[in-house]
Structure formats: C-alpha cells, structure tokens
Design a protein around this ligand. Structure first.
Ligand SMILES: C[S@@+](CC[C@H](N)C(=O)[O-])C[C@H]1O[C@@H](n2cnc3c(N)ncnc32)[C@H](O)[C@@H]1O
Length: 314
C-alpha cells in the first residue's frame, strides 16, 4: 500500500507482507481499476484507467509503463477521485482531463462544449479537400472550435468564421484558436449567432446537433454530461439542419458539408435537393452514412482538383 494513505480504494500491492511492505506502483493501480471500470459498463476501461492515472501522476500515459513509478499518497487520492467520477458518475474522460485530441491537435474541452468525436475528423478532411482556394468559410455550431481550428491548420488559405449560439462554448473555441495561433496566421473570426448570423460567403461546414429527442432514454450515460443544445434537435433530429440548408440556399452558398445521424442521410439529401443543391453522402470509418456534402446545382461538375482530392480521401 502507498505510504501515508489509508484509502479504502487502494489495491493490495503484490508481494506485500507485514514485514516488507511494497510501494504501490502505477501499473498495479491500472490493473486494479481497469476491471472496476469495465464492471461499471465503460467501453474502454483499460485506456481510461491509464489516462486518468497518468493525469493524477502528471505523466504522459506511455511513461506509466516505461517507468512504472511509485504512486505517492497525494497522487493516489487524485487518481481515485478521477476514477470514481468516471466509474460512478460516468463523466467522459475528456471532461476529467480537460482536453481531447482531434485531428492531431490537443484541444481544451469543458462542460460548455461537446467532446469532439473522431468521426468529425472526416468532416474536416472533406472540407479541406473540397473548399475552393481562399474560400470564405463558416463553421456553424463550432463548440470547442474543433472543426474551425483543424480546418484552419489544414487550409491556412481559407478565411474562416466560427459561430455558436453558446457564448461559453465560444470562449473555449477562442482559447483553442489561440493555442494554435502560430499555425493559423490569418486567425479565425468568432460570431455569437444562430446558424449563419450575418455571415456571407462560399462554404458552410457544420456538425450541428442532430440527435432525435425521442432517443434520449436510450443513450449512454456519458451524454448526459454534454450540453443538451449540442446534441438534441427536435423529434426527428433535423430542427437545426433544416433551417441551416434553407439559409444556405437564401445566401447562395456554393458548398455545404453537414454531419448527421447515420439514419438521416436520405432526409438530408432530400432537403439539399429541394434547396437546389446536388448532394452526396460519405460514410465514416465504421461504415455509417455520416456526412452529406452538397454543391449548388449550377456549380457542377467538380473541378479536377476537387475530384483528385476526393479520390485521395476514398
Ligand atoms: C454537435 S455540437 C458540435 C461542436 C463542434 N463543432 C464539434 O464538432 O465537436 C453542436 C454545436 O452547435 C451549437 N448550436 C446549436 N444550435 C445552433 C444554432 N442554431 N446555431 C449555431 N450553433 C448552434 C451548440 O451550441 C453546439 O456547440
């Protein structure tokens, strides 16, 4: 047992006996907690235990195994507090750590923003592939700023605005843009507004709320920690997507890319077609219809560069 603690959660270290107490080591703590997280219903118990214990020890995760440090009493208390929040309250790891990796960028997250998801990286890749050079672009519903910042890093030629209805989310997004300021010389403009606000331009990208209100009771407990207005969008989940596509049509936006639920692709394509766009849907890595992008009917066909960029993505 770690010296100086009497925590009920502390695992008995292997090889310990009354005469020769062994110090508690990090990997023993991981081995103790991973099954507890698994029993609590967590999908990635070992990874979560490693990340949270590494945070409590103020180490990179890989150092846990390279160094297998002794866990002192204070670190043990910190680790147990994090692990209990994860197991009992089902708080997402990203909120406990305060950061999340997205498109190879480490971004700040807080309870004001949705935790950026890996499938949204495809939205960034597609936008980076299809946006014309120098295009005036908006990320609608920017949350942590994940899409806007990653896109700005990949395509510094774009003139990017990011909008959100949530002022606290915009504060986080601004800080994330600041973190990568060196890689985004042109910066990002932020707008506290619904949908496009008073923006005018050529490219709209959005990961809007799109969860059907009716599925609320079936969702993982982790989602209860994320902002409601970042997730839910009415009975069919299209309450933000529907007016967004109409606004794009009214503004004459040329290219629109929207992430959506895997069962919403055909409804989203119909909305685009009715608004004068030619849509196509892209699957995510899990094989789910996830992103529909649409070019204004009169802008077809794609340029050679766009076709080539799409081919490289496929
Ligand atoms: C699913 S989250 C996406 C966050 C971030 N873009 C990402 O991909 O991780 C949706 C975001 O849209 C914002 N939002 C909801 N309704 C909106 C609206 N009408 N106009 C602009 N933003 C909106 C929410 O506040 C939330 O930050």
């Amino acid at each position: 047992m770690a010296e100086g603690t009497d925590s009920a959660e502390t695992p008995p270290p292997s090889g310990d006996d009354a005469d020769h107490p062994q110090p508690l080591r990090a990997t023993a703590l991981v081995r103790h907690w991973a099954p507890k997280l698994e029993a609590a219903g967590i999908d990635t118990p070992r990874l979560d235990a490693e990340l949270l214990i590494a945070r409590a020890l103020e180490l990179d995760r890989h150092r846990l195994f390279l160094d297998d440090p002794v866990v002192d009493g204070e670190s043990l208390l910190r680790a147990e507090a994090l692990l209990r929040h994860r197991a009992e309250d089902r708080v997402p790891v990203a909120y406990l750590l305060g950061t999340r990796w997205f498109d190879e960028l480490e971004l700040e997250v807080s309870h004001a923003v949705l935790v950026p998801r890996p499938e949204t990286e495809l939205l960034v890749e597609l936008t980076a592939a299809l946006a014309p050079k120098g295009a005036t672009t908006i990320d609608v519903g920017t949350g942590s700023g994940a899409v806007a910042v990653a896109l700005a890093v990949r395509r510094p030629d774009l003139r990017i605005t990011a909008s959100d209805i949530d002022a606290d989310a915009l504060t986080v997004a601004r800080r994330n843009a600041e973190r990568y300021a060196d890689e985004i010389p042109a910066g990002i403009a932020f707008q506290h507004a619904s949908l496009l606000g008073d923006w005018h331009g050529e490219v709209v990208v959005s990961n809007p709320p799109y969860v059907e209100e009716t599925t609320r009771h079936t969702l993982a407990p982790e989602l209860a920690h994320e902002p409601d207005h970042a997730l839910f969008a009415g009975e069919d989940g299209l309450d933000v997507i529907r007016p967004l596509i109409i606004r794009c049509r009214d503004e004459g936006v040329g290219l629109v890319l929207i992430e959506h639920g895997f069962q919403q692709a055909s409804a989203v394509r119909d909305l685009f077609t009715a608004a004068g766009y030619r849509p196509a849907t892209q699957r995510d890595l899990a094989g789910h219809d996830r992103i529909t992008w649409a070019l204004r009917e009169d802008l077809w066909p794609l340029t050679g560069d766009q076709t080539e960029a799409l081919r490289r993505l496929a």
